[in-house]
Write a protein that binds this ligand. Structure first.
Ligand SMILES: [Zn+2]
Length: 308
């Protein structure tokens, strides 16, 4: 068993300003918490990820959109969407964010029982094929799913998204490919307004789990695990990707779910146990949301500990 903490210093170069909820302090809170947890720090391998190339991003995105993000960044930045900005460093950050998840896939596919947590930003699960959305520039996890299929010969990929918001971008970027099954649990009704349970995608390979805010934590855990079971009936994944959004923890300013770090531990442990049966324990997890930095850090430490 080998667990890696994968990040890239360029992820800090996506400058949204301190008044934006998705600010650089989120990652700093995670790295500080890991440094302060000696036992956890010593048990995980620290890995510097790489940058995704434009052709890798084209696995899920339109080439003209990719070029436009690079151009806007090199011209000093600008507004990409109502709540999504780019700065001079955003191209480097976004390609590093996606690249770290590709590094994690390489690692998972090259050795058994290898799991990784990618501490990356900007997040990815709202990004669409040809536009940024909801703080997200590129679909880090969606790109990684296509990459596992095309670069490593994986035949089936499972994505589990427990961010409090629907992973509409991920769904849009993977739903045409029946080799990828996508499970998203999210608050309903809530941003971005998509993710109805009846929306199964064109091949019935999408499991959306819309949930009310303020329920007992066990309700969310049970609902997500039931959906994972449904998504893996007659479908044994070769790798499991997690969109780990910690805005599903109680107290997040952008969500109303009630999960605690110990719920993240249980979810993670049971997904790892399933992954050991399905695919030699190959799990790649990537940070999505989480906007109360201390809670985000607590959730991430709980999650990393449970990946071991
Ligand atoms: Zn979110």
């Amino acid at each position: 068993m080998s667990v890696a903490f994968i990040s890239h210093s360029d992820c800090g170069r996506h400058d949204t300003g301190w008044n934006h909820p998705e600010h650089v302090g989120r990652l700093r809170a995670i790295t500080r918490a890991l440094r302060n947890n000696t036992e956890l720090f010593d048990s995980v391998e620290q890995v510097e990820g790489r940058h995704a190339t434009a052709s890798e991003l084209e696995l899920a995105h339109d080439a003209r959109y990719i070029a436009s993000v690079e151009q806007i960044s090199s011209a000093g930045g600008g507004q990409l969407d109502a709540d999504t900005v780019a700065s001079t460093g955003s191209w480097a950050a976004a390609t590093a964010g996606a690249g770290c998840v590709l590094t994690a896939v390489d690692r998972a596919m090259q050795q058994p029982d290898a799991r990784s947590f990618c501490a990356v930003r900007p997040p990815g699960h709202h990004a669409l094929r040809s536009r940024a959305m909801g703080f997200c520039l590129f679909g880090n996890v969606a790109v990684a799913a296509h990459y596992a299929l095309s670069a490593h010969g994986a035949e089936r990929v499972l994505i589990v998204d427990w961010d409090v918001h629907h992973g509409n971008g991920t769904q849009a970027l993977v739903e045409e490919n029946p080799a990828i099954h996508f499970v998203s649990m999210h608050q309903w009704p809530w941003y971005p307004g998509t993710g109805a349970a009846t929306d199964r995608g064109p091949h019935n390979t999408i499991w959306n789990v819309p949930m009310s805010a303020g329920l007992a934590a066990a309700r969310y855990v049970d609902a997500l695990e039931s959906a994972v079971d449904a998504a893996t009936t007659d479908f044994v994944p070769d790798i499991v990707l997690i969109s780990a959004g910690f805005d599903s923890l109680a107290g997040d300013p952008l969500g109303g779910f009630t999960l605690e770090p110990e719920d993240i531990v249980g979810l993670t442990q049971r997904l790892v146990a399933r992954a050991k049966v399905w695919c030699a324990g190959r799990v790649v997890s990537a940070l999505e949301g989480g906007y109360a930095p201390d809670r985000l850090a607590d959730g991430a430490m709980a999650h990393i500990g449970a990946l071991r």
